[in-house]
Design a protein around this ligand. Structure first.
Ligand SMILES: [Zn+2]
Ligand SMILES: [Zn+2]
Length: 243
């Protein structure tokens, strides 16, 4: 069976851009359309249109706008949810009952779908791990640069103090005041340098914080799909499926 061919009618809340089979009422991406001489057209899924000899045209839809109900409705203990995206629907995101069982959603291979989402979640997690590692490296770089900068600032301050002490000992107030513009300039430039560093540091820290949150989410997502898979496997082993 292909990974996705259709969702059974009783679990569809909104068809969106999926095609509604006029026979079985299921929701399909790939369907067949027949235009009657009267100008009216009908659409059916491939299975329902199979035996008819008329000239059916194959048409395609998409998941855009499609919404699904809680799959656990099939076992009688579902929840009220009916706005699930296809992914949420397959992953049983609405409630415990949906999450922990395998349901016959229609013409789709739930194992392959969950496997696909699992692969995607691992790729996503890896991406986030790399981002966090890159930012941690950047953070170490900022810290080292900060240490060097502190040293430089200290050195400049010492040189200035030294200069004032040794070279201007005999100067009067007036003479000393001629140095003031330069001292102010040095102070201003050091201030700007420190400021620039502070902004750089804050920027990296912020980015790292956000990346760590995203990584946490990605790990949670991957683990959740793993658990979903375990439940599906255990149902498959018991061969229990609510039809
Ligand atoms: Zn059908
Ligand atoms: Zn539910």
């Amino acid at each position: 069976m292909k990974t996705f061919r259709g969702v059974r009618a009783e679990l569809v809340f909104k068809y969106g851009a999926l095609h509604l089979c006029q026979s079985c009422k299921g929701a399909f991406i790939k369907a067949k359309r027949l235009r009657r001489k009267s100008g009216m057209s009908i659409e059916k899924c491939e299975d329902c249109a199979k035996d008819e000899s008329e000239n059916w045209k194959i048409i395609f839809g998409s998941f855009s706008g499609a919404k699904f109900k809680c799959p656990a409705l099939l076992s009688g203990n579902g929840c009220e949810e009916k706005n699930l995206t296809f992914r949420e629907f397959v992953l049983g995101r609405c409630c415990r009952a949906a999450f922990r069982r395998e349901y016959n959603l229609g013409k789709c291979n739930i194992f392959e779908l969950v496997g696909k989402y699992y692969k995607e979640s691992k790729i996503e997690e890896k991406k986030e791990v790399e981002k966090v590692e890159g930012l941690k490296k950047a953070e170490r770089g900022v810290n080292m640069s900060k240490q060097r900068q502190r040293k430089n600032v200290q050195e400049i301050n010492e040189l200035t103090a030294d200069f004032l002490k040794h070279n201007t000992s005999g100067w009067n107030e007036n003479e000393l005041s001629t140095l003031q513009p330069n001292l102010t300039k040095i102070d201003k430039q050091l201030g700007e340098l420190l400021n620039f560093h502070k902004q750089w540091e804050d920027g990296v820290a912020n980015e790292l914080c956000m990346a760590e949150q995203k990584l946490e989410k990605a790990v949670y997502e991957r683990e959740s799909i793993e658990r979903r898979m375990m439940y599906l496997l255990s149902d498959a082993l018991k061969n229990v499926k609510f039809e």
